[in-house]
Design a protein around this ligand. Structure first.
Ligand SMILES: Cc1cc2nc3c(=O)[nH]c(=O)nc-3n(C[C@H](O)[C@H](O)[C@H](O)COP(=O)(O)OP(=O)(O)OC[C@H]3O[C@@H](n4cnc5c(N)ncnc54)[C@H](O)[C@@H]3O)c2cc1C
Length: 306
């Protein structure tokens, strides 16, 4: 019976028969889009932050940005390479306007974020990202809690059942902050009981949702823009809006043409329903009894100056 071939012999045999790897140098100089920095960080609230820690492409031809990776992918459809930056901008605007989404998935962004647990609960609903979070089973939760200032304790909105709007009176705000003090005071007992041997995975159940967590969050640009369109918007909770706006500031210099098109065609654009188009055309009321829909139409009319 023949002896089986040794693995080194196998790889040597393959190496000699495989076609060589062709290595192609870039046509011109490439620049690091993060300018050699390890992270770009923006503090958010007292203890939070959002930091951009990496981007793909990290290198771009000199004078270009990550927008180049989007047009490069889009142009594979008809074979031509990247054109002038001005043409790239036109193409990006066309792609975004017409919801040609996959070229925007060619850019990947990686963030390190520290945020209150209640913000993380909302954020994690965006399922297309890759996430790795601090483990409160493995490690002690750091002593960091979200606290609004007296002036930023919001009153429950009467028009939006999910939101708060104007500041509440100072006395009530103070009472709320005292309640937060009492919730945060649980932390000392949490520490003490973990030191006495209570499992960290159980002890954490006594901590309020104002406690901070951290994660690495990686997502492509298309889905990051989806996240931003929902979370920078005025109906999102103020605290997650603050993170989303900081995220936008980090992304904007990396993909300026895409961000500009996103603002123009999506974030600051307006969707009109069939009923709304008919009402505007006929100068007639909206053909519905739904009060919320009527209010939304009035808001759009006022934005249009009608
Ligand atoms: C103001 C506001 C209020 C909210 N209130 C509530 C609430 O009261 N209760 C609540 O539970 N949630 C609430 N949400 C969360 C909301 O319903 C969405 O779950 C969240 O915004 C994520 O949106 P998404 O699914 O579009 O995002 P992502 O998960 O990032 O997905 C992006 C897109 O990818 C596609 N996709 C992703 N995963 C799948 C999949 N498995 N199958 C098919 N397609 C997929 C979809 O097209 C989706 O739109 C709220 C969100 C906002 C902004």
């Amino acid at each position: 019976m023949p002896e089986p071939a040794l693995s080194s012999e196998v790889s040597a045999k393959h190496a000699s028969t495989e076609t060589p790897i062709e290595r192609v140098k870039p046509e011109g100089p490439m620049v690091d889009l993060m300018q050699g920095d390890a992270r770009w960080q923006i503090p958010v609230h007292q203890h939070g932050f959002i930091a951009l820690v990496d981007v793909m492409p990290r290198l771009a031809p000199q004078g270009q940005t990550a927008d180049a990776a989007i047009v490069q992918a889009a142009r594979v459809s008809y074979g031509a390479g990247t054109k002038q930056v001005s043409e790239d901008r036109t193409l990006i605007r066309y792609l975004l306007r017409h919801r040609h989404t996959t070229p925007f998935e060619m850019v990947e962004l990686k963030f390190h974020v520290a945020m209150p647990m209640f913000v993380a609960r909302q954020w994690i609903r965006h399922r297309t990202a890759n996430v790795n979070e601090y483990s409160a089973r493995y490690s002690i939760v750091p002593d960091r809690f979200y606290r609004p200032t007296v002036d930023s304790v919001r009153k429950q909105s009467t028009v939006n059942r999910q939101g708060g709007d104007e500041p509440i009176d100072a006395g009530t705000a103070e009472r709320f902050l005292q309640l937060l003090d009492r919730a945060e005071a649980n932390y000392r007992e949490y520490l003490d009981l973990t030191e006495r041997g209570v499992a960290r995975e159980l002890a954490r159940a006594a901590l309020p949702v104002s406690v901070y967590t951290e994660w690495y969050w990686k997502c492509d640009l298309h889905n990051t823009l989806r996240f931003l369109s929902l979370r920078m918007e005025s109906h999102a909770q103020q605290e997650i809006q603050d993170f989303a706006r900081a995220m936008y500031r980090l992304i904007q210099p990396l993909a300026p043409a895409t961000c500009e098109a996103f603002m123009d065609y999506e974030f600051e654009a307006m969707h009109l329903s069939r009923l709304e188009i008919e009402a505007i055309r006929a100068g007639a009321p909206l053909a519905t009894q739904n009060k919320r829909e009527i209010a939304e139409f009035e808001a759009k009319r006022s934005r249009l100056g009608l």
